[in-house]
Ligand binder design. Structure first.
Ligand code: PLP
Ligand code: COI
Length: 346
C-alpha cells in the first residue's frame, strides 16, 4: 500500500481495500460478503440507470486519542436511510445490519483509518442501489446494499477556513413536497451545473432558497445552514432540507453551551442580522461562510446583494467553539456525555 500523507487528505474517491455488500432479492438479503473487487454487475435495464433509484449515507469513523476506534452516531444514519428507502420503494437493511456492515467496512479497511492527530477520519459511504431490470414506473424490491469508504480530511482543502457562497436566482434544489429531505442521488444531480458556475466564480458553496416562494433559506448544496445571532443558534425549519445529523448534534452542543436553539423558517433578509453563518454536515463538519452573494442569474456578472459575515478565510468565535466541541468528542479528546460514539474493536 502506498504511504498515505494523512495531513493532506481531502475528500476524494480514494480506493480502499474491502467492500462490504449484500443483495436483496426474492424477499431476503443475501449473506453479507466482503470483497476486494471494486465492481458490481448490473443489467442495463436496472432501475438505477433509468430512474435514479439509489440513495446513500455518509458517516465517519475516528481513531481517538486513547487509541480506540469509534463510528459517529451510525444509528442515526441507519434510520435516515430507512426513511429514504421507504420514499424510493426500496428494501433497506435494518439498523443492526446497517451498523454491522459499517463496522465490517472499518475493520476490512483498518489500514486506511487515519491515525489520531491528523484531523482526518475514515468516511463511510453506505449505498443502496436499485437493481431490478424494468421499464415501468413501479417500485420493485431488489437492491444492492454496499458499504465503501475512503480516508478523508478537509472537504474544501482546509479545516475551518471561511469561504464564499452564492444564492443562484435561476436554480432550485428541491420542489415543494418533493424529494429534498431524502438522501437520494438525484437531488445531487441537480447541483452539478450550478456548482460548476459557482466554482468558476470563486464561490465554494451554493445556498438554496425554498423553491415555491424563494423567501426562505433552505440549505447549502452539501450541508445544512446555521446562523448565529447573539446567544442563539438558528437553523431552518423546512421540509425540503436533509435532516442533518451534524446539525442535530450541533443543536445539542449549542444547548450544552447555554445557547438558545431556534429551528424555524429563516427569511432571506434575516441574513443581514447574523453575526456568523456556517454550513454543517458530515463531510464539511462546520464550514464558516465569509459572505453570501445573491445572483439573479448565476452565469451573469450581476450581484444583486452581498451579505458579509467575516473576512475571507477567518472564522467567528461561536463557529470555532462549536467545531472544537464536536471534533473534540469525535476524536475522543472530550467526554462523550451524549453517548454519540459507537465503539468497535479495530
Ligand atoms: N444537506 C445536504 C444536502 C447534504 O448532502 C448533507 C450531507 O450529508 C447534509 C445536509 C448534512 O447531513 P449530515 O450532517 O447528516 O451529514
Ligand atoms: C456528507 O456530508 O456525508 C455528504 O454526503 C455530503 C456530500 C454529498 C458532499
Amino acid at each position: 500500500m502506498k504511504q498515505i500523507d494523512w495531513n493532506s487528505l481531502g475528500f476524494d474517491a480514494y480506493r480502499t481495500r474491502t467492500v462490504v455488500l449484500s443483495h436483496f432479492k426474492d424477499g431476503q438479503w443475501s449473506p453479507v460478503e466482503e470483497t476486494e473487487t471494486f465492481s458490481f454487475t448490473f443489467d442495463p435495464f436496472a432501475q438505477v440507470f433509468h430512474y435514479a433509484i439509489s440513495c446513500f449515507e455518509g458517516l465517519k469513523a475516528f481513531r481517538q486519542k486513547d487509541g480506540r476506534a469509534a463510528i459517529f452516531r451510525p444509528e442515526e444514519n441507519a434510520a435516515r436511510m430507512a426513511r429514504t428507502a421507504e420514499y424510493l420503494g426500496m428494501p433497506c437493511p435494518d439498523k443492526e445490519m446497517f451498523i454491522d456492515m459499517c463496522e465490517r467496512c472499518v475493520k476490512g479497511n483498518a489500514e486506511f483509518l487515519p491515525p489520531y492527530g491528523h484531523q482526518a477520519s475514515l468516511y463511510l459511504r453506505p449505498l443502496l442501489v436499485g437493481m431490478h431490470p424494468q421499464m415501468q414506473l413501479v417500485p420493485y424490491p431488489e437492491a444492492i446494499f454496499a458499504v465503501i469508504c475512503a480516508p478523508a480530511g478537509s472537504y474544501y482543502g482546509a479545516h475551518l477556513k471561511s469561504c464564499a457562497a452564492v444564492i443562484p436566482g435561476n436554480y432550485d434544489r428541491a420542489a415543494p413536497k418533493g424529494s429534498g429531505s431524502y438522501k437520494i442521488g438525484a437531488n445531487y444531480a441537480a447541483t452539478f451545473k450550478p456548482y460548476k458556475f459557482a466554482h468558476e466564480q470563486g464561490y465554494a458553496e451554493l445556498l438554496y432558497l425554498n423553491s415555491s416562494t424563494r423567501e426562505y433559506i433552505d440549505e447549502f448544496g452539501s450541508s445544512n445552514f446555521f446562523g448565529i445571532k447573539g446567544n442563539k443558534y438558528i437553523t431552518p425549519l423546512s421540509d425540503s432540507v436533509l435532516p442533518s445529523i451534524t446539525n442535530k448534534t450541533l443543536q445539542e452542543v449549542a444547548a450544552d453551551f447555554g445557547m438558545e436553539v431556534e429551528k424555524r423558517p429563516i427569511r432571506l433578509e434575516e441574513l443581514d442580522s447574523f453575526e456568523e453563518v456556517g454550513g454543517c454536515g458530515t463531510a464539511v463538519v462546520i464550514t464558516p461562510i465569509s459572505h453570501i452573494d445573491i445572483k439573479p442569474v448565476l452565469e451573469a456578472p450581476e450581484v444583486a446583494r452581498e451579505f458579509r459575515f467575516c473576512p475571507d478565510g477567518e472564522v467567528g468565535p461561536v463557529s470555532k467553539k462549536l467545531y472544537a466541541r464536536i471534533t473534540g468528542i469525535q476524536f475522543g479528546e472530550l467526554e462523550d456525555t451524549h453517548g454519540w460514539c459507537h465503539y468497535l474493536d479495530v
